[in-house]
Design a protein around this ligand. Structure first.
Ligand code: ADP
Ligand code: MG
Length: 400
């Protein structure tokens, strides 16, 4: 894979596909980790006299402009981080984008509006995607792929565009791939994996591969309830992927066969309702054993005994990969499980990798020092699919 050092960027329009998909609350950026992660690549291109055209998606707009998903607040924040103005185009490939790019002097930066305001970006139709990629290609001379969080997507700006322009991988992608590669090769043991979060079916696939690699797998978050149900326990109104129960049972059996330690919560925090994430009114959850969840209640965090158990299971780790919060960490009453795991990673002497948009944001929002972790990935799905051994379209396109 070529790096940006291999490109002659001075005076050229360089399209940087970044992942600036940051969490927003009422138009305010609640975690700017992804902006800070790609800023060094942009700064390097600026220093070398490129005209930098940055593009990203944000959220899941439906292929048409939707103001709640505008990248305008990101342009402002990117400018603050870079310490230089960032021009913002009010569209992606229209008149505003064309004039913003045409106005760039060497060493200047423009951010285009959300790629997903255009149906071609995510289209399953190859021709439709390619047509949009051609419109993007008209805005640039060179392509730098640095949106690690999106490389698992076969999208126009990720997959089709690099085929149309001389291209290279940015520094963020190079770092991310280097770290994940390390996890698939020789790892310091015990190798402990912690999985949680809400996207249960997205994440089960990785277990298949990790069972061949890891020594210990700890399960928390919304994913835990499918496992508890598979073991025959009542899970009340907790997040549940009923159709995945056979798969989950298969994993438990394979873990036993391979001598991989599979650890499920022994207690959980439950409530009759999902917490108020805006007002953060006290939720007053109950703590129950994980085989005693009442039928009318929902599990929303791991309990105190599980926090201790998981901390102990992480204490002697040589390597840790963590994806997915242990509970609904956005509410203070359900943040303790996620905090306990983050602290256990810091306290261990292991090489620790945190992957997942929400997990990475949680670490920072809950006040942990990110330099205490080995690596905080900007990619959730991307890092999981890499570890699953899948070919990632955005990486394959950069290889070509
Ligand atoms: P990541 O982005 O790190 O990959 P996910 O997107 O899969 O993680 O999940 C993050 C979300 O999971 C958080 O918003 C959190 O509130 C939610 N979550 C965690 N535990 C539970 C639970 N028990 N029930 C419902 N949602 C949960
Ligand atoms: Mg997420």
């Amino acid at each position: 894979m070529k790096t940006i050092e291999d490109l002659d960027v001075a005076g050229k329009r360089v399209f940087v596909r970044a992942d600036l998909n940051v969490p927003l609350s009422d138009g305010r950026i609640t975690d700017d980790g992804r902006i800070r992660a790609v800023a060094p690549t942009i700064a390097k291109l600026v220093e070398r006299g490129a005209k930098v055209v940055v593009a990203s998606h944000l959220g899941r707009p439906k292929g048409a402009p939707d103001p709640q998903f505008s990248l305008a607040p990101v342009a402002e924040r990117l400018g603050e981080i870079l310490g230089r103005p960032v021009a913002f185009a009010a569209d992606t490939v229209g008149e505003s984008a064309r004039s913003a790019v045409a106005a760039l002097a060497d060493g200047e930066v423009a951010l285009l509006e959300n790629l997903r305001f255009n149906a071609g970006e995510t289209s399953k139709d190859d021709a439709e995607r390619k047509a949009f990629a051609e419109q993007l290609a008209a805005l640039a001379d060179l392509y730098v792929g640095d949106g690690f969080g999106a490389v698992h997507r076969k999208h126009a700006s990720v997959y089709d565009l690099p085929a149309l322009l001389p291209h290279a991988a940015g520094d963020l992608i190079a770092t991310e791939v280097g770290v994940l590669k390390k996890l698939t090769e020789d790892v310091e043991r015990p190798y402990v994996v912690v999985l949680g979060g809400a996207k249960v079916s997205d994440k089960l696939g990785v277990i298949d591969n990790l069972l061949k690699k890891a020594d210990r797998i700890l399960i928390g978050g919304g994913m835990a309830y499918t496992f508890l149900k598979a073991k025959g326990h009542e899970v009340g109104i907790s997040l549940l992927q009923e159709d995945q129960i056979p798969t989950v049972l298969g994993y438990l059996a394979e873990a036993e066969e391979r001598g991989v330690e599979f650890v499920l919560p022994v207690d959980v925090l439950v409530s009759a309702e999902f917490p108020d994430l805006k007002g953060k009114t006290p939720a007053n959850p109950d703590t129950v054993a994980s085989d005693g969840i009442p039928a009318d209640k929902e599990g929303l965090d791991i309990g105190p005994k599980t926090r201790e158990l998981y901390a102990a299971k992480l204490a002697d780790a040589g390597t840790v990969f963590w994806n997915g919060p242990m509970g609904v960490f956005e509410h203070p009453d359900y943040a303790n499980g996620t905090k306990a795991v983050a602290q256990a990673l810091i306290d261990s002497n292991a090489f620790t990798v945190v992957g997942g948009g929400d997990s990475a944001a949680a670490v920072r929002i809950l006040g942990f020092d990110e330099t205490k972790f080995g690596h905080i990935s900007t990619g959730g799905g991307a890092s999981l699919e890499y570890l699953e051994g899948k070919t990632l379209p955005g990486l394959a396109a950069l290889e070509g």
